[in-house]
Design a protein around this ligand. Structure first.
Ligand code: UDX
Ligand code: UDX
Length: 480
């Protein structure tokens, strides 16, 4: 069976500018896409390879300006420090995509690949329009051969599609495509890149494929031990990225499904996860039950996997991975239902304070955050929301724009909780551990409820203060 049908659009050709003579660099790397993945990845490469010129380009002038300023467009511990070390020396940020493409020896493609919202495969397949636009732009502006590195997460066999665009028409320039997926998580991106569990490089097993792979290996070997670098064929590498995210998400849905069983049997999900995770074959990570996973990758990559399986008529396999998404959706709905049921089956005009809107702590990123779904559902029930988060309020405002209902956004958690009927904790920020919950309790309506969607707080202590406490996967502690 051939490759899945991808959609292609056309971009406008720009003239190639005069090149600067910068022969002092061993090689020139360009990364298209200055986002959460492209930015930090290139910052680390520039720090580790001072003899390489690294230029990050993006269609967004606003983003590039931010990378060139003191207010970087994303927050990652350690990022600013590393930008300061390399920017202007061997690290550059630019909107001049075409000239930089032509100058490059190696081009990383790190544009985003969201879930399609229209047409064939809507709601599942990856929207590859930006990948295609980038491939066309590379082709149109290249006067010398280049290595193209897929950094974006792509469907398996996407490199075949890129190759057909790059090698179409009369252009005699040759491109060798590699897959080098990124496994960094937000909040730990710099550490993940500097001390990776593994680096994965997929290439074609041909003379030119192996030569390109060795060029990329040379970069990583500057700081990553050889035994941590895995080399595979291109399709295995592309698929491994989707599968790694699917496995991580599956563990979360597995433990969340068991949390539902704990709630009706009086077993405690933390004790179960602790006991199960002690088996070294299972391992203890990614077994924290909660309101469900969020972030820009898990849902998107699972849906993409489901789409690919359906495309190849592997319906049972598709169903299996689809159920991971369903359990996640159910978990968010179970949380809303628990609030509704506990609060006497009506939320009309009740003030609910939301603690945390980011998809996880230590980031302001709210992409696919469970908070979005949960807040929309609570607003549907006509609750009044008071939303607080240490870093995600501006994104939260955007996410809830146009939604009917009353939602206020309050920086100070004490202010947010004043006069509330209940608190719903959705993001496990460390800031929430050290709040004065007696003060919060005193300012709330009684009976006061806390729904801890991340099992983050000290439940016994809250109960002793007077709260009715509803954890995930554990019996509630109630006074009523
Ligand atoms: C990345 C990956 O590329 C994606 O496949 C993966 O699944 C998640 O991580 P991310 O870095 O999070 O995406 O995306 P984003 O922060 O949105 O950055 C993408 C950047 O590419 C944006 O700054 C956007 O302006 C830029 N872009 C997009 C281009 O420069 N050219 C385009 O044609 C499209
Ligand atoms: C993820 C992958 O971890 C990373 O390897 C990949 O490159 C990109 O996608 P990220 O989305 O930044 O990274 O966050 P991650 O730490 O994996 O958390 C994702 C979601 O799962 C969050 O909403 C988090 O709260 C949730 N989660 C995580 C749980 O609910 N329970 C857990 O035990 C772990």
């Amino acid at each position: 069976m051939g490759r899945p049908p991808f959609l292609f659009n056309v971009t406008v050709k720009s003239p190639i500018d005069i090149r600067m003579n910068e022969n002092k660099f061993a090689k020139k790397i360009v990364c298209v896409g200055a986002g959460y993945v492209g930015g930090p990845t290139m910052v680390v490469i520039a720090n580790k390879c001072p003899d390489y010129k690294v230029t990050v380009v993006d269609i967004s002038e606003e983003r590039i300006n931010a990378w060139n300023s003191d207010e970087l467009p994303i927050y990652e511990p350690g990022l600013k420090d590393r930008v300061d070390k390399a920017r202007g020396k061997n690290l550059f940020f630019s909107t001049d995509i075409d000239r930089n493409i032509d100058e490059a020896d190696i081009i990383f493609v790190s544009v985003h690949t969201p879930t399609k919202t229209f047409g064939e495969g809507a709601g599942k397949a990856s929207d590859l329009q930006y990948i295609e636009q980038t491939a066309r732009r590379i082709k149109e502006n290249s006067t010398s051969s280049k290595i193209i590195v897929e950094k974006s997460t792509l469907p398996v066999r996407a490199a075949e599609t890129m190759a057909s665009i790059l090698h179409s028409g009369a252009n005699s320039v040759r491109f060798e495509i590699l897959s080098n997926p990124e496994f960094m998580a937000e909040g730990t991106a710099i550490r993940d890149m500097e001390e990776p569990d593994r680096i994965l490089i997929g290439s074609h097993d041909t003379v030119t494929g192996n030569a390109a792979r060795d060029e990329l290996l040379k970069i990583y070997l500057k700081w990553v031990p050889r035994e941590k670098i895995i080399t595979t064929n291109l399709w295995s590498s592309e698929l491994s990225k989707l599968v790694a995210n699917a496995f991580l998400a599956q563990r979360i849905s597995s433990i969340n499904s068991i949390s539902a069983l704990c709630e009706v049997t009086e077993a405690d999900i933390s004790e179960v996860a602790g006991a199960v995770g002690r088996d070294s074959r299972i391992g203890s990570k990614f077994l924290e039950a909660g309101v469900g996973f969020g972030g820009s990758c898990f849902r998107k990559d699972l849906l993409n996997l489901v789409y690919l399986c359906e495309y190849y008529k592997l319906d049972d396999v598709a169903k299996f991975w689809s159920s991971v998404v369903e359990i996640n959706d159910n978990q968010m709905e179970r949380f809303v239902n628990c609030i509704l049921k506990t609060m006497f089956r009506t939320l009309v005009d009740k003030k609910i304070t939301i603690f945390g809107f980011a998809f996880k702590p230590d980031t302001g990123d709210t992409r696919d955050s469970p908070a979005i779904y949960i807040c929309k559902r609570l607003l549907e029930e006509k609750a009044r929301l008071s939303i607080t988060d240490p870093h995600a309020i501006s994104n939260a405002k955007k996410d809830l724009t146009g939604i009917d209902g009353t939602a206020e956004f309050v920086e100070n958690p004490y202010e947010a909780a004043k006069g509330a009927h209940c608190l719903a904790l959705i993001t496990g920020w460390s800031e929430y551990l050290s709040l004065d919950y007696q003060k919060i309790f005193d300012s709330m309506l009684k009976p006061a409820f806390i729904f801890d969607g991340r099992n983050h707080l000290d439940h016994q202590k809250l109960f002793e203060i007077g709260f009715n406490v509803y954890p995930i996967g554990r019996p509630p502690l109630t006074h009523i």
